[in-house]
Design a protein around this ligand. Structure first.
Ligand code: NAD
Ligand code: UDP
Length: 323
């Protein structure tokens, strides 16, 4: 059935891929964004599609819209971006979610919230299952994001219990792919940008910390499977790739696959509160959504490197100085 779908944060890395898929499926797509960490070029190819509309708006301000479904993605996601203006980050998560939930409540729309593995903080349980309550420092430099996202989950479940809002909550683990902002400071974009320019690859700490990297097409499959899942399944559900790599292994892979002559060096100490290990347990997503990732790291990195080769860095404005 064709639907009117609102994607907040729709011009961003994940949001723009989601809009592509929704437009292709024929839905009427409202993409809402303030371009804080993205730019128009992510969605230019959609602007002349009859079933796509762009609304420039900041989610910390209320807005009235009539839709059938909402994807709540608006929020800076890269550590350098969300730490740039931490008060604005937590406002975006909390006020943004309240405003999107307000629309969902008023018009009876289903809402999917893009939560994060950061709700687990620096985890003491490994791999992370959805029932793990996390180890977040509430007063550290990552708290504006982690606690904002935790509060947004609380809001989702309170609107669900109090107002019967139809909610779907996914916890996204590190995702990468084409259209990552080349100056977002995230590890994959930094390493590929540096490798293609034969610059030193910037390891933070000794590179023994781990992450699990999910390719964007797999992530969008999981997100859509959750939005279309059976009535009453609220989540939270982990969406990510369960293969775990050290950051040093990632650096080696990027250098090898890009044919770079870069050296790999520790350029700064591990940032404060940087999680030491992270890997999703995706048993719940497999069971309920029949979803698991298909694209493994080498293949996804090749596609991402190809994208970075195809862009002109001079056409990108760094959203913040932190990259
Ligand atoms: P992104 O920065 O590319 O996208 C976020 C989008 O939200 C951007 O287009 C930005 O301009 C917009 N935005 C930010 N503040 C806004 C505001 N106040 N009003 C309106 N728009 C605003 O990041 P992304 O990787 O695409 O992440 C999308 C969502 O997924 C975020 O909510 C993020 O927390 C979540 N997530 C992403 C990852 C990942 O690895 N990519 C992991 C966990 C969670
Ligand atoms: N990192 C790194 N070099 C960089 C950027 C990041 O070694 O140039 C490390 C960072 O310290 C963290 C991991 O890579 O341990 C992932 O960082 P990212 O900012 O991509 O996302 P996070 O998972 O921490 O939110």
């Amino acid at each position: 059935m064709l639907k009117r779908v609102l994607v907040s944060g729709g011009a961003g890395f994940l949001g723009s891929h989601l809009c592509d898929r929704l437009v292709e499926a024929g839905h009427e797509v409202l993409c809402l964004d303030n371009f804080f960490t993205s730019q128009k070029s992510n969605i230019t190819h959609l602007l002349d599609r009859p079933n796509f509309e762009f609304i420039r708006h900041d989610v910390t301000e209320p807005i009235t819209l009539e839709v059938d479904e909402i994807f709540n993605l608006a929020c800076p996601a890269a550590p350098g971006h969300y730490q740039y203006n931490p008060i604005k980050t937590i406002k975006t998560s909390v006020l943004g979610s309240i405003h999107m939930l307000g629309i969902a409540k008023r018009v009876g729309a289903r809402i999917l919230h893009a939560s994060t593995s950061e709700v687990y903080g620096d985890p003491t349980v490994h791999p992370q299952t959805e029932d793990y309550r996390g180890n977040v420092n509430p007063i550290g430099p990552r708290a504006c994001y982690d606690e904002g996202k935790r509060a947004a989950e609380t809001l989702m479940f309170d609107y669900h219990r109090q107002n019967k809002v139809d909610i779907k909550v996914i916890r996204i683990f590190n995702t990468y792919g084409p259209r990552m902002h080349p100056f977002d400071g995230r590890v994959v974009s930094n390493f590929i940008r540096q490798a293609l320019q034969n610059e030193t690859i910037s390891l933070y700490g000794d590179g023994s910390q781990t992450r699990s990297f999910c390719f964007v097409s797999d992530l969008i499959d999981g997100m859509l499977a959750m939005m279309n899942s059976e009535d009453g399944f609220t989540g939270p559900v982990n969406i990510g790739n369960p293969h775990e790599f050290t950051i040093k292994e990632l650096a080696d892979a990027v250098v090898r696959l890009s044919g770079s002559s870069s050296d790999i060096q520790t350029t700064r100490a591990l940032p404060e509160d940087d999680p030491l290990q992270r890997r999703p347990d995706i048993s719940l997503a497999k069971k309920v959504l029949d979803w698991e990732p298909k694209v493994q790291l080498n293949e996804g990195l090749e596609k991402t490197i190809e994208f970075f080769r195809s862009i002109d860095l001079a056409e990108y404005r760094a959203p913040t100085p932190n990259y």
